[in-house]
Design a protein around this ligand. Structure first.
Ligand code: NAD
Length: 475
């Protein structure tokens, strides 16, 4: 498969726009620069926001069926271009090609799913003196800010409900993974009216300018908790609506009746899928003392069979970390773990002689609860396995975090698992699986993992105003 990348422009007002300054895109598997992309300044942002504002009234005036029809066409375009999108995805993000292809196809299905959703018009009262109706109106221009770990699906999670409900959009990918998003802009340009779907690329400051821009009415942001706080501050300027999907430090609790042979493999993937760069990855694995040793052995044995490498190699199951900052952060956590004296039972040694942001699968045996590897969201392939002997205690330890995105419970006794799930402070709790998401189910974080939800009708309403019309009857 070729690794050449054509030159991409931004999509502003239905035109392809280039900038004098550019940003390099790096392939994390070999650290080579694979492309240069536009580096937007504030003027470019103003052009995109102006185009989106100008397009808003006529876009909002279309029927939802007309807008949904264009979303269907957009989904078809993604599907028809899925191989090229997946190739760019692997090159810029590092994820193995088959996984990238699955994500792109999943994204097309997600757009189709949204195209079929309709927010209800509800008659709240129709008797005596009043007729009262509730419905939803679009907000205006939605600024959509996406991270680098799932650049295609996280973009369409935002674009689809925003456009369906009649907003126009300015979409900004992470500077680390701009290519797939620029490509989405190219596809959208031939489908949506001018100015409805704008894509701009630039450095992190572009995100900050968006949050403060008076021409943007809503920010939907996915990224780290630290940046989410800045987004909320910036959005306060004109009281923008915000949806924040932020970091997580998901606990998985394995009950004493779980079968280590059965759960080791799904637990491994719950923790390490996409080289653990998943907001809802299992980042702390609590195992009952009765099965702790056996499960740890099973987990390590399975991990040894998993191939880490360049995502373009069909044998590869886990790619590199996506960027140098992330690589350095995970390296720091590994060093800290070693310094603390905790036992690393797999991995932990980084081969720095070769290019690429590769970190081996690393498993830590029962580190202290207050160690960095337990407290921080590593967002990389290092998993602390922690021993517990009492359910009340493990629930308290699992909840002892600023995060509340996801969690999971594993075992045969479903009633016990359910009672534990009900006590975990997280937006989604899975039993005997993890990381399963569907656009029909609301997804969002408790505590500092976010504000609001994406998906489901509840998530779609986040791109709308609730409006009530009250008619006094002539009686
Ligand atoms: P990040 O916060 O560094 O960046 C996310 C996006 O924000 C990027 O597009 C970036 O350019 C932009 N940005 C940077 N500074 C900004 C600012 N001051 N104002 C506005 N935008 C700004 O996050 P990341 O490193 O790209 O992604 C990893 C993080 O994302 C992890 O914490 C992960 O858990 C989280 N995440 C959460 C979810 C979820 O749904 N909850 C999903 C995926 C990733």
């Amino acid at each position: 498969m070729t690794t050449s990348v054509k030159q991409f422009g931004m999509t502003i007002n239905g035109e392809t726009v280039y900038t004098k300054n550019t940003l390099p895109v790096i392939n994390p598997a070999n650290e080579e620069v694979i492309a240069q992309v536009p580096h937007a300044d504030e003027n470019d942002l103003n052009l995109a926001v102006h185009a989106a504002r100008a397009a808003f009234p006529s876009w909002a005036a279309l029927s939802v069926e007309e807008r949904a029809q264009m979303l269907e066409e957009f989904a078809d375009a993604i599907e028809q271009n899925s191989e090229e999108l997946a190739r760019l995805f692997t090159l810029e993000m590092g994820r193995p090609y088959q996984g990238a292809l699955q994500e792109v196809s999943g994204a097309a299905k997600t757009v189709k799913f949204y195209a079929k959703q309709r927010l209800p018009r509800e008659i709240l009262q129709d008797k005596d003196t009043h007729y009262v109706e509730k419905y939803y109106t679009p907000l205006g221009v939605a600024g959509l800010i996406v991270p680098w770990n799932f650049p295609v699906s996280l973009a369409v999670w935002k674009v689809s409900p925003a456009l369906l409900t009649g907003n126009t959009v300015v979409l900004k990918p992470s500077p680390n993974t701009p290519l797939t998003t620029l490509y989405l802009g190219e596809l959208a340009k031939d489908i949506f009216p001018k100015g409805v779907f704008n894509v701009i690329t630039g450095a992190n400051e572009l995100g900050a300018w968006m949050t403060e821009h008076s021409g943007i009415d809503k920010i939907s942001f996915t990224g780290s908790t630290g940046t989410g706080k800045k987004v909320m501050q910036g959005a306060a300027i004109n009281l923008k609506r915000v949806t924040l999907e932020l970091g997580g430090n998901d606990a998985a609790i394995v009950l004493e009746d779980a079968d280590p042979k059965k759960v080791a493999k799904p637990l491994f993937w719950a923790a390490f899928l996409n080289t653990a760069q998943v907001c809802v990855a299992t980042k702390r694995l609590y195992v009952h003392e009765k099965i702790y040793d056996e499960l740890l052995t099973e987990l390590v044995n399975y991990a040894k069979t998993v191939k880490v490498g360049d995502g373009m190699d069909p044998e590869t199951q886990l790619g590199p970390l996506q960027n140098k900052t992330q690589y350095e952060k995970v390296k720091g956590i590994i060093e800290d773990t070693k310094r603390s004296g905790a036992k690393i039972v797999l991995g932990g040694e980084i081969d720095e002689s070769k290019p690429g942001y590769f970190i081996p699968i690393t498993i830590v045996d029962n580190p202290a609860d207050d160690s960095r590897v337990v407290v921080e969201e590593a967002f990389g392939p290092i998993l602390p396995v922690l021993k517990y002997h009492e359910y009340d205690d493990v629930i308290q330890r699992a909840n002892n975090t600023i995060y509340g995105l996801g969690a999971s419970v594993w075992g045969e006794d479903l009633a016990l698992a359910r009672s534990i799930a009900d006590r975990l402070e997280a937006g989604t709790v899975w039993i005997n699986e993890a990381q399963v998401l569907h656009p029909k189910f609301p997804f969002g974080g408790h505590k500092q993992s976010g504000i609001g939800v994406e998906h489901s009708l509840e998530g779609i309403t986040e791109y709308t105003n609730t409006k009530v019309v009250m008619i006094r009857k002539n009686k």
